[in-house]
Design a protein around this ligand. Structure first.
Ligand code: ZN
Length: 403
């Protein structure tokens, strides 16, 4: 597939090329970590299926259909993604505030506008609750004629077994730094040294590298938060607790800058034919009217939180990003402590990492890494983000007393 925008992922790309050429499956599930390129591959598949060039040349990137896909305005390409303060893929319906699964199903019941294939892409499908997934089942099993449904999800376990079993599952893995540097170069977003740095920061996820390249302030926030975590090794419990909670707003800013799914949707939002194409703007408007989410997911400590005005879902996203960052810092400390610095995430911080690594016990850092994994699970299970952060910051290894 010469016209594919996807880089790396040779196995997944080969599977997609086969689907474009032959009678492919009616439902496909792309599984892989956040920012790894699932949406790009889904759009490659959509372009390939909608393209009107000779079969062997699809997607040609030159025909009208390909150009419409590129601009996010092909009338037979339907997209659905997370919406609202809770960033959920909702069930939707005529009376619902946000466009959801039911709206997609009724769009697909109409005839194709261009007379050919139709493609539906559901992004972050692991943010679909059980009702929305159930509503989708019948369409997954028997899509209308000529329709291919593409589901993208970070975590397979969050999807109902009945959804998974109806799809051809294709896995996407992390990319090497060279591939990510190539993607940054394709987009003309970074000079070679910056691309090399961002490729490492992104930890194998090109979507994250692109987000850093588009928002350089995010690189600064990341470095600031990394230094804070390193400084905690010298700080007592009270300072740690206060500083960690005070860092949540910065972590939310970083999370917002790195929100790859939102960006993808913002570039080409679904244009509901019957809604005059203003769906995305209307959603933003109603979000503003709705005001902040006042603890809808029920954090027990909402009343005592210093950031009570920040929506619970945002605080959760902030702490989630902080956990990822912390895990990178812990890994880098272990690597530097063992004398290997070639594959650390942030080479700019090599001196600080070295200074901290020499003062902490590597075995404690390894144990801490395991703890981060359990904390991430607790966070996903709706435990208060502040309580998770408090427990972690107290467990973070301190500097050994000088001999
Ligand atoms: Zn084409």
């Amino acid at each position: 597939m010469d016209g594919a925008r996807t880089r790396g992922q040779p196995v997944a790309l080969q599977a997609v090329a086969t689907m474009v050429r032959g009678p492919g499956p009616q439902a496909v599930l792309f599984i892989g970590p956040d920012g790894v390129g699932k949406t790009t591959l889904a759009l490659d598949l959509a372009a390939g299926l909608l393209c009107t060039a000779a079969l062997a040349d699809r997607p040609c990137r030159d025909c009208r259909a390909c150009r419409l896909v590129e601009h996010g305005s092909h009338p037979d390409l339907h997209r659905l993604g997370p919406v609202g303060p809770g960033r959920q893929v909702v069930i939707g319906g005529p009376e619902a505030k946000y466009r959801g699964v039911r709206d997609l199903i009724s769009d697909l019941a109409l005839m194709p506008v261009e007379g050919g294939a139709r493609v539906a892409i559901i992004e972050s499908a692991d943010r679909m609750n059980e009702d929305a997934q159930t509503a989708l089942l019948k369409t997954l099993e028997e899509p209308p004629s000529g329709v291919t449904i593409v589901i993208c999800a970070d975590r397979l376990a969050r999807l109902l077994p009945t959804v998974r079993s109806r799809c051809a599952v294709i896995r996407l893995g992390l990319l090497g730094p060279r591939d990510i540097e190539g993607i940054l170069d394709d987009h003309g977003l970074a000079d070679p040294p910056t691309a090399a740095r961002l490729a490492r920061l992104a930890g194998g996820r090109p979507g994250i590298a692109l987000a850093y390249a588009r928002k350089p302030e995010a690189v600064l926030i990341r470095a600031e938060l990394t230094r804070l975590l390193l400084d905690f090794t010298d700080a007592g419990p009270a300072v740690r607790l206060t500083a960690a909670r005070a860092a949540i707003p910065r972590a939310i800013m970083l999370a917002t800058a790195l929100a790859t799914d939102d960006q993808a949707l913002a570039r080409s939002s679904p244009r509901g034919r019957r809604r005059g194409g203003a769906t995305a703007l209307a959603q933003v408007g109603s979000e503003l009217e709705a005001g902040p989410d006042t603890g809808a997911d029920g954090d027990a400590d909402d009343l005592v939180s210093t950031s009570v005005r920040t929506p619970a879902t945002d605080r959760r996203r902030g702490v989630e990003v902080l956990l990822g960052l912390w895990s990178d810092v812990a890994r880098d400390l272990i690597l530097v402590g063992a004398g290997g610095s070639r594959s650390i995430h942030d080479t700019v911080l090599i001196d600080e990492l070295g200074a901290t690594a020499s003062g902490v016990d590597a075995a404690d850092v390894v144990r801490f890494l395991g703890r981060i994994g359990r904390s991430a699970e607790a966070l996903a299970a709706n435990v208060s983000p502040e309580l998770i952060l408090d427990a972690l910051v107290l467990a973070w290894p301190g500097r050994r007393a000088a001999a």
